[in-house]
Design a protein around this ligand. Structure first.
Ligand code: TLP
Length: 338
């Protein structure tokens, strides 16, 4: 099986498992786990923020950010196809009580599109609680939000005193693709999160970064949501290992994704633009029913994910090398082009 459903499918390496076994542990609800402290400190340092908070998942990181920044009934300005809108079971509405003011397009918007949506709190209007960016953008096809535009949006938010949050589940991918230090991207935001379990090879976890005050408030919501973990240093050790060893190699995943797109271009019934593949996600358009085509591919040993009826997503990661990508491409061509 060549599993291209997601970069969450990676398994911890032997070295990572050793690090987990050897981790120094304590009770993290009491803030006494030294390995979690180390991961939070390293994360904050890498992102150029004051503090970090280890949380079980990217979804919880997103929910906590909305709870900290936005009140019930407030609006969160974001892309219409954002993960927080589409793939978190409605948590923002159900648990944070926010409503989304959604910008159409592929998840990359301009400062003008943001500014025209920022609303004051009046006796009619809900008021903007938070501006949200996702970088790279998952359903946009792993697209990179241009740093120059992020800087403009950050300045506009500061001017209007509206917090700006980054869902940076794959922010390292964006940094590698743009050839910048991840801090350059991360420090534009009031707060941000990144995932250790997407292509970095760790089994569990995300880190939320922001000011010390943001961390204090986020810590209380983490506990409220049942995300206070005890000897979670076993997981943080995997995260530290991932941060130290598996970031630079993301360029390989990007090259593999681009190669896959090149090999698929021109296949009958498939729409894909290799030049649009910026990171590790290849989103193809298909003429037939995507879930049905995915089942056919699965039977031939290649796995992808259909986010909707007309698209299939393939994601490269450290568990798939160039040879596997070439094998996958020839199977996909045969099945979809038939
Ligand atoms: N995305 C998953 C699925 O849920 C679709 C994937 O396979 O890509 N933000 C972004 C941009 C994400 O892509 C994801 C996961 C999350 C947040 C949530 O992270 P987890 O799965 O750790 O809750």
């Amino acid at each position: 099986m060549i599993d291209l459903r997601s970069d969450t499918m990676t398994l911890p390496s032997e070295g990572m498992r050793d690090a987990m076994r050897d981790a120094k542990l304590g009770d993290d609800v009491w803030q006494e786990d030294p390995t979690v402290r180390e991961l939070e400190a390293l994360s904050a340092e890498r992102m150029g923020h004051e503090a970090g908070l280890f949380v079980p998942s990217g979804s919880m990181a997103n929910l906590i950010a909305q709870l900290v920044h936005a009140g019930r009934g407030d609006e969160v300005i974001c892309g219409w196809d954002s993960h927080c809108v589409r793939d978190e079971v409605g948590a923002g509405a159900a648990l944070a009580g926010v409503q989304y003011e959604m910008i159409p397009g592929d998840g990359r918007y301009t400062v003008e599109q943001v500014a025209e949506r920022i609303r004051p709190r009046t006796f009619h209007t809900p008021g903007t609680g938070l501006v949200w960016l996702e970088n790279t953008h998952n359903l946009g096809g792993g697209t990179v939000f241009p740093l120059a535009e992020i800087r403009k949006i950050a300045a506009a938010c500061r001017e209007r005193d509206v917090p700006l949050h980054l869902d940076g589940a794959r922010v390292f991918h964006a940094a590698v693709a743009e050839g910048v230090d991840v801090r350059e991207i991360a420090r534009c935001f009031t707060s941000m999160s990144f995932c250790l379990s997407k292509a970095l090879g760790a089994p569990v976890g995300s880190v939320l970064c922001g000011s010390r005050d943001f961390r204090e408030r986020a810590l209380r919501f983490r506990k409220m949501l049942g995300g206070g973990m005890r000897q979670s240093g076993v997981l943080a050790a995997a995260g530290l290992y991932a941060l130290r060893r598996n970031v630079e190699r993301l360029a390989e995943d990007h090259a593999n994704a681009r190669r896959l797109a090149e090999l698929l271009a021109g296949t009958r019934g498939v729409t894909v633009d290799p030049a649009a593949v910026q990171t590790n996600i290849v989103m193809i358009g298909v003429a037939g029913d995507a879930p049905e085509l995915v089942r056919k591919l699965d039977a031939r040993g290649v796995q992808g994910w259909p986010p909707d009826a007309r698209r299939i997503r393939f994601v490269t990661h450290l568990g798939v090398d160039r040879a596997a990508i070439e094998r996958a491409a020839s199977i996909i061509r045969e099945v979809l082009g038939a």
